[in-house]
Design a protein around this ligand. Structure first.
Ligand code: SF4
Length: 582
């Protein structure tokens, strides 16, 4: 296993397979899958106790897609394969390089995949990357030839002898798929789902626990794929045209930190009258450094923000009243996903209730709770390593160190696995006090519409108009159904009642007529989904099989070599996935 940069002897003539780790994911198995750690970002760590109201959706392996789009070698991407599907691919096609991307909890799967590659394709070079690359002694645990640490596009270009400084080609892909809420699958229609936009990776703020920041260099470091607002605008126009989208899920750890780029983007959006919506990640102080006019002008419609915890000492939160910031953003139609940590150094069994109450009092549209978890590569991990407080892998298997179960170290004050109880308590409290996230985001949408429906700038008016369109019908129906669902919970029922009245008042007769009709159906789907969940239903992502232009050309040139035909997209949805308790 080497880490230095050799160039593959075949250069861009090498045939490459890139794969994510195999599923199914939402089950307990010997390879490290865990029922409580499904391949669903929101259901995994944001809405996990919200039952049928939980936002269920999957996201592609964007890092692999980025690499595939930026190398000249023939490259096939296998995303979310089953173990059998991965073996079938190795049996049927010959590859010179096989790349696997993974997080650390999936290390058992990566080990298995490396063994299979050695068995079926002993001549192939194995490259392993993603967050797993920060694990120390990784080369002793898995049988790989190269560990790609950090950014993979440059790594692969260099490995194939390409110019590493060529402009980055952005993959044309939606941000999510198989979205489901209140027991209803949302169809993938043009305009329904945001495009994925990846302007940069890494975050220079460098919080001690942040594995994403650590992966791309840590404090003071980040990598821009697009340096300027002009570059980014060009990519967004292409995404808009090819995917027919108006919204962009901006996968950049701290998008607004790159102020010059963001403000230039704003200028261009103004100039070209783009009524786009942006979903961004941003730290609190950076958000505060923009005026609300700038944020609304940029189309910031949803923000993922670290609240971390009461009295946390992170600079990014210094002198910021996060509760008032959240309220302010929501009053301008900006939905907020707040992220809080359970188990900071100063958290004790005596103070944890206050910690949770404080987080819940933000009344964010969504709330992520994560255990304070030292992940290899981060300063927090190094600190625990030096203090000798990390648990051994026998005491705490890597597959369980995903931040939604137990600490992987000895906490100063919280012992005996109580953290799991506190974590679940935080999710439950947030759900009980603030109600379903679906209702909260509808409330924020409505506030935005009330604030901006008569805005003098048509571009801004238009954005709110297209964003709130479902409020008149489907969302109003969902609120009607939630009011009925919560008829035995006076407090939440009154919240729904008041929200529904506001919707009726704002949107008039059409909404009054359609809400009960749609609402009755939604109430039925909520009930049906709750029953399914009680029976143990889990969801798995479909499996994707995609070739880049060079791989397609190769196949056309010599079809005899490619007798095995796999469909481009192989759906393995809940309907035909191995039944898990259904
Ligand atoms: S601000 Fe957010 S993204 Fe940046 S280092 Fe801190 S936790 Fe990570």
């Amino acid at each position: 296993m080497t880490e230095e940069h050799t160039v593959h002897p075949l250069g861009t003539g090498a045939q490459i397979l890139l794969s994510s780790v195999f599923g199914p994911y939402a089950q307990d198995d010997e390879y490290g899958s865990r029922t409580i750690n499904p391949m669903e970002l929101y259901h995994n760590q944001v809405t996990r106790v919200q039952g049928s109201f939980s936002l269920r959706m999957f996201h592609r392996s964007f890092g692999l897609m980025m690499i595939q789009s930026n190398i000249d070698a023939p490259c096939t991407l296998l995303d979310f394969p089953s173990l059998d599907r991965f073996i079938t691919e190795l049996r049927n096609h010959s590859y010179d390089v096989v790349g696997i991307s993974s997080i650390i909890p999936n290390i058992g799967k990566v080990r298995k995949m490396c063994e299979l590659i050695r068995e079926y394709q002993p001549k192939a070079t194995i490259v392993v990357g993603g967050h797993i690359a920060n694990k120390d002694n990784l080369g002793d645990i898995i049988d790989a030839d190269h560990i790609c640490k950090g950014e993979g596009v440059r790594w692969f270009r260099r490995f194939l002898g390409q110019d590493t400084n060529e402009p980055v080609r952005h993959p044309m892909v939606h941000s999510g798929f198989d979205t489901r809420i209140v027991g209803i699958s949302l169809p993938m229609r043009p305009g329904n789902t945001a495009a994925m936009l990846i302007p940069s990776v890494g975050c220079p703020v460098g919080c001690n626990f942040c594995s994403t920041s650590a992966l791309f260099g840590g404090k003071g470091k980040h990598i821009n794929f697009y340096e300027t607002g002009d570059d980014l605008f060009a990519v967004m126009c292409e995404l808009e045209k090819k995917l027919k989208v108006q919204s962009f899920f901006t996968m950049d750890e701290n998008f607004l930190l790159h102020r010059k780029r963001a403000l230039r983007l704003l200028e261009l959006m103004e100039q070209h009258k783009k009524s786009w919506a942006l979903f961004v990640f941003s730290s609190a102080r950076v958000l505060e450094s923009y005026t609300i006019e700038q944020l609304v002008g940029l189309g910031v419609s949803w923000v993922w923000m670290g609240l971390e915890g009461k009295e946390s000492t992170y600079q990014k939160l210094k002198n910021v009243d996060t509760r008032s910031l959240v309220g302010h953003l929501q009053s301008h139609g900006i939905r907020v996903l707040g992220s809080s940590i359970i188990g900071l150094e100063n958290h004790t069994p005596e103070t944890i209730e206050q910690v949770i109450d404080y987080a819940v009092s933000h009344d964010t549209d969504f709330h992520q709770f994560m255990l304070y978890t030292p992940i290899p590569g981060t300063p927090l991990y190094e600190q625990h390593r030096q203090e000798g407080t990390l648990l051994s892998e026998e005491e705490m298997p890597l597959a369980d160190a995903h931040g939604q179960y137990r600490f992987n170290y000895r906490h100063r004050h919280i012992h005996d696995g109580r953290e799991e109880h506190y974590l679940l308590g935080a999710f439950r409290r947030d759900f009980e006090v603030n109600g379903p996230s679906l209702a909260r985001l509808i409330r924020t949408f409505l506030a935005g519409w009330q604030q901006y429906k008569d805005h003098p700038n048509k571009r801004i008016r238009d954005r709110f108009a297209w964003e709130v369109r479902p409020l008149r019908t489907t969302y109003a129906g969902a609120v009607w159904a939630m009011r009925k669902w919560y008829r035995h919970d006076d407090r939440i029922m009154k919240k729904m009642e008041s929200l529904l009245k506001d919707l009726y008042k704002t949107f008039g007769l059409l909404t009054r007529v359609t809400a009960p009709v749609i609402g009755r159906y939604v109430h039925y789907t909520i009930k049906r989904e709750e029953q399914r969940l009680v029976r143990g239903l889990t969801y798995e992502p479909g499996s994707f099989y995609e070739k880049n232009a060079a791989a397609i050309a190769l196949e056309k040139a010599d079809p005899a070599k490619f007798t095995f035909k796999a469909p481009r997209i192989e759906w393995v949805t809940c309907e035909n996935a191995p039944a898990q308790g259904r």
